[in-house]
Design a protein around this ligand. Structure first.
Ligand code: ADP
Length: 545
């Protein structure tokens, strides 16, 4: 017997319709390219998104065609986003921080039909466009006065939509249609396209709104630091409109001072970002002796969150840090480190070890740990293995069939992460499979070492990589970027780590560098570090372990 409930397709346009109708006056605040702050509302952005749909239709854009954006977080980007997906086009977010050759590869692979870009991306497009013949039109997300000079033909967004009607039919298609395309940054091999569906992103938005996930509400003001081109800004592009949270979109200015200014001036209560962003904000606060205003809680993810960030935000600014884990292929949020009832009853100090774990699984998903042969491993908090995941918000393959069959015989996707799961269900990443340091047949977690080392008061950023060792296969070395104006000796870091880690985990060398490079999504770029450290030789006598 079938249920007798209404069968309405889960298409994402409905979320923005809902925001416009029921939270229409809630603000969307953007920092524009010139640094000025502009304001609209959900109702205003919705009306303009409809104009975008009509402008796209007038250009002949059809269902399933890829409409690319090359832009920072801003209201026009959001309008273009919903304008495209509302008519069944596939919104393809290009990451402006990638190298032009990578973007060209991705845009060609996706066969992008057109690009909507921030004016600041004009020089990048000059290099890019001759390499991507599928792109027929370029729209700059600005008005006529803000148009950059280019050698190619382009239009400004404002005049492009100006004459279009604010009425347009959205949705009415199968909820399984593709809505968004986002390429993984390709830390190994070529980037691969993750193709989100309307249904999968809709379900992900509802999952992530739970109190034990992002817990967004109508009372929140969300500073969306995580870029919209990074897995839909962790799905907040969809979840914030569901509840009518005020959105603060910081554009390209992601330095500590600019973000701090928005936190205070807009009364931000919640924010989502990778750890390096908080390092910058905290450094700025220390320098200026500032405070964080109304900020209550932050989700930190994308890379492991150092303990020093969790403690400083809690102890000095009264802000609760919740760690989240996921990847482009998991929509992205999959585990969140909220406390269980038992852990919440403990003093803060005893909660910290659980905040350092990547957290417990959201509903609808399943996780398992396996060895290299695919045999399941126990959830005892000690045994680590390959982390695999399953559910309706998890990729079943890549765009264009890249990478072949990615699911195991039980339908699980291999995340490429190595982790443990404890008896309470807390997952903890040991490392990425390719970053873990294999020393004498045992594994050293580069993440653990980095997170402890960065707690040194003089450290700005720390990275640990494995280098070849004749006896132990690999040994860890610690790279340190000191805070401006600081100086330190290798010994300072070795002494700092002593007693905090197993003896055989002690890095064989400490190398001070001017810069620890960050990748296109703000994470430490180990691939580049390894390249830069080619030719490096351990200064050792071979007795380190
Ligand atoms: P890529 O960086 O390869 O493009 P993603 O941006 O999707 O891919 O990053 C996903 C990866 O980031 C995960 O597989 C994991 O290794 C890492 N990651 C994400 N969140 C966390 C976290 N909270 N702690 C540790 N690692 C994390």
């Amino acid at each position: 017997m079938q249920g007798l409930m209404q069968d309405v397709p889960l298409t994402l346009d409905r979320l923005f319709d809902h925001a416009a109708r029921w939270h229409g006056a809630r603000e969307i605040v953007s920092r524009d390219a010139d640094g000025r702050v502009s304001r609209t509302t959900y109702a205003g952005a919705h009306a303009r998104a409809k104009q975008v749909s009509n402008a796209l239709r007038a250009m002949g854009v059809r269902e399933g065609e890829r409409v690319a954006t090359l832009a920072w977080n801003g209201a026009r980007h959001l309008e273009a986003w919903y304008g495209a997906i509302g008519i069944g086009a596939v919104l393809h977010t290009l990451n402006p921080r990638l190298f032009p050759e990578q973007i060209a590869y991705i845009a060609n692979h996706a066969q992008d039909r057109m690009i909507l870009a921030d004016p600041g991306c004009a020089p990048l497009l000059e290099t890019l466009l001759p390499q991507v013949p599928s792109v027929r039109d370029v729209i700059f997300l600005c008005d006529e006065a803000g148009m950059p000079r280019t050698s190619f033909a382009a239009r400004d967004y404002e005049s492009w939509i100006a004459d279009q009607s604010q009425q347009a039919a959205w949705g009415g298609f199968d909820e399984r249609l593709a809505a968004g395309l986002c390429y993984t940054s390709g830390t190994t091999g070529n980037p691969k396209g993750v193709l989100y569906g309307h249904r999968s992103n809709y379900i992900h938005a509802l999952m992530t709104l739970q109190v034990d996930a992002l817990a967004l509400s109508a009372r929140d003001t969300v500073l969306l630091v995580v870029p919209m081109y990074h897995a839909n800004a962790w799905g907040v592009v969809y979840s914030a409109p569901c509840v009518g949270a005020k959105l603060v979109l910081p554009g390209q200015r992601l330095d500590g001072a600019s973000l701090h200014e928005l936190i205070l001036s807009e009364g931000v209560t919640y924010s989502a970002a990778v750890p390096t962003v908080w390092q910058m904000i905290l450094a700025h606060l220390k320098e200026t002796k500032g405070n964080l205003g109304k900020l209550e809680r932050v989700t930190i993810g994308g890379a492991a969150c150092p303990e020093s960030i969790i403690r400083t935000l809690h102890d000095e600014y009264g802000v609760d840090v919740i760690q989240g884990w996921g990847m482009t292929e998991t929509s992205p949020l999959a585990t969140v480190s909220h406390p269980t009832a038992e852990i919440a009853a403990l003093p803060f100090d005893q909660q910290v070890p659980f905040k350092l774990k990547q957290g417990r699984l959201l509903c609808n998903l399943d996780l398992k740990l396996t060895d290299d042969e695919g045999r399941r491993l126990p959830h005892d908090g000690k045994t680590f293995g390959r982390l695999k995941i399953k559910g309706e918000t998890i990729a079943s393959g890549y765009f264009g069939g890249e990478g072949g069959d990615v699911l195991d015989e039980e339908g699980f996707f291999d995340t490429g992460d190595v982790s443990t799961i404890d008896a309470r269900g807390y997952m903890q990443i040991t490392d990425r499979a390719k970053d873990v340091i294999k020393s004498g047949g045992e594994w050293i977690s580069s993440i653990d070492l980095e997170n402890i080392a960065v707690g040194h008061p003089k450290a700005h950023l720390c990275a640990v990589i494995g280098v070849t060792h004749p006896k132990w296969d690999e040994r860890p070395i610690l790279l340190v970027q000191l805070k401006p104006g600081e100086s330190a000796e290798k010994r300072d870091f070795i002494d700092f780590l002593d007693g905090k880690i197993a003896k055989w985990w002690m890095p064989d060398d400490v190398v001070f560098v001017d810069e620890i490079p960050l990748g296109a999504t703000g994470k430490i770029d180990k691939k580049l570090i390894r390249q830069r450290m080619q030719g490096y030789a351990l200064p050792f006598d071979g007795t380190s372990r």
